[in-house]
Design a protein around this ligand. Structure first.
Ligand code: SOE
Length: 387
């Protein structure tokens, strides 16, 4: 009889919705080593959590995270809260002996990330950061190709994560625009995803040189009620100071000698959630675009000049050829954003039962945080920084 792992999820916003869906659906597709019980959802606003509980599929609601984390009825703590509470919740959960899954970025800074890793290691719990893009089947396939030497020695890693929700200067202040709650802007929110993929696919960074910018320095505290605001209403609007970057770019060098070029922005008009990667090696190249996430482009250097070019691999083969895919549909149907979370939860649950580390661990979260901080230091000093 398989064991049941009872989950307590703290947070119920956008990520709370993505995680709830994954906890609910992962057992329906994957042969997990444990049953999953969606035991308790928790958030600060008691009425709002209670209202959303049944909708997202949880058995209980709570507004006291410490009670959830310390409850003997909980085995896994899933942290989907704003970044400033990750450290406190994760450390308390590890001390209570709970396995911890934490949203990215792991922490506000390196110091917090170190304390989180130390707590998880000391209490011997399974720990993982929710960098869901590692588990896009096409990315997992790229990792396999690189491991098999299919593109040879890597020379370039190029990545861009572009969104456009901050192009509008009337977009109101949110916790993500305040350094105290978020740590940084596009940098910690989306650059961290491509930093994580760079480390996963290529290796550790050695040094970086960055550029960060805030295009809109003040924003309305609340959303304007109408787009047709009178000049007087606009002038009377209360504004808050944006204390994080809108865009963060950097170049860098990996320890293995490969060169990196990464760009993250929330001000790329027309780009909704574009994450592109291109990796060039001595024997070939790989290319990926999250807005077309079922495909991986693969170029192999070969002797026949007239046949050179990128091959387009539809990563939906159900017979075990492609990672994760055989657990879904018989006839190669496409997968989407939400499935990356199912893969994350499935691997995490199995690791909890096996008591084995599951990537990306808090150690990866810490290393990602070190890259984030090195870029910030480079920007501050106007020079290259060692990671
Ligand atoms: C917002 O920029 C956001 O929701 C990120 O926080 C997520 O990590 C990313 O997957 C989508 O965009």
């Amino acid at each position: 009889m398989a064991k049941t792992l009872r989950v307590g999820m703290i947070g119920y916003g956008f990520m709370g919705k993505a995680h709830s869906n994954a906890w609910r659906q992962a057992p329906r597709f994957f042969p997990l080593k444990a049953h999953v019980a969606m035991h308790t959802i928790c958030g600060r606003q008691a009425a709002a959590v209670q209202a959303i509980r049944a909708h997202l599929g949880w058995e209980n609601a709570s507004h006291d995270w410490l009670e959830v984390v310390e409850s003997p009825l909980i085995d896994i703590v899933d942290i989907a809260t704003p970044n400033d509470s990750h450290a406190e919740i994760a450390i308390a959960a590890a001390r209570a002996g709970k396995h911890v899954l934490c949203e990215k970025p792991l922490a506000l800074n390196v110091k917090q990330a170190q304390a989180m890793l130390a707590a998880a290691q000391k209490n011997k719990v399974v720990h993982m950061v929710c960098h869901n893009y590692r588990r896009v089947p096409a990315i997992a396939l790229a990792k396999r190709f690189i491991g098999e030497g299919a593109i040879g020695e890597i020379q370039h890693f190029r990545a861009r994560y572009a969104q456009d929700w901050l192009v509008d200067p009337d977009y109101p202040m949110k916790w993500r625009l305040d350094k105290n709650t978020s740590g940084s802007g596009a940098h910690g929110d989306i650059n961290v995803h491509i930093i994580d993929l760079a480390r996963y696919l290529v290796g550790e960074f050695k040094e970086v040189c960055g550029l960060m910018h805030t295009f809109v320095k003040e924003r309305p505290l609340t959303a304007p009620t109408s787009k047709l605001q009178s000049p007087a209403a606009k002038a009377a609007e209360k504004k808050g100071k944006v204390t994080v970057d809108d865009a963060a770019l950097f170049i860098g060098r990996f320890a293995n000698g490969a060169l990196a070029s990464l760009e993250a922005t929330r001000c790329a008009a027309g780009r909704k959630n574009q994450l592109t990667l291109e990796i060039n090696g001595t024997k070939g190249s790989l290319s990926f675009d999250l807005e077309d996430l079922n495909r991986l482009k693969f170029h192999e250097v070969c002797g026949l000049a007239d046949r050179q070019g990128f091959r387009d691999i539809l990563v939906t083969h159900p017979d075990g050829a492609h990672p994760y895919v055989n657990h879904y549909w018989r006839n190669s149907n496409s997968l989407g954003y939400e499935h990356t979370f199912l893969h994350t939860m499935a691997d995490f649950v199995n690791a909890c039962i096996e008591g084995k580390p599951v990537h990306p661990t808090f150690e990866d979260g810490l290393k990602n945080q070190q890259v984030l901080e090195a870029v910030e230091l480079s920007v501050k000093k106007g020079q290259w920084a060692k990671v």
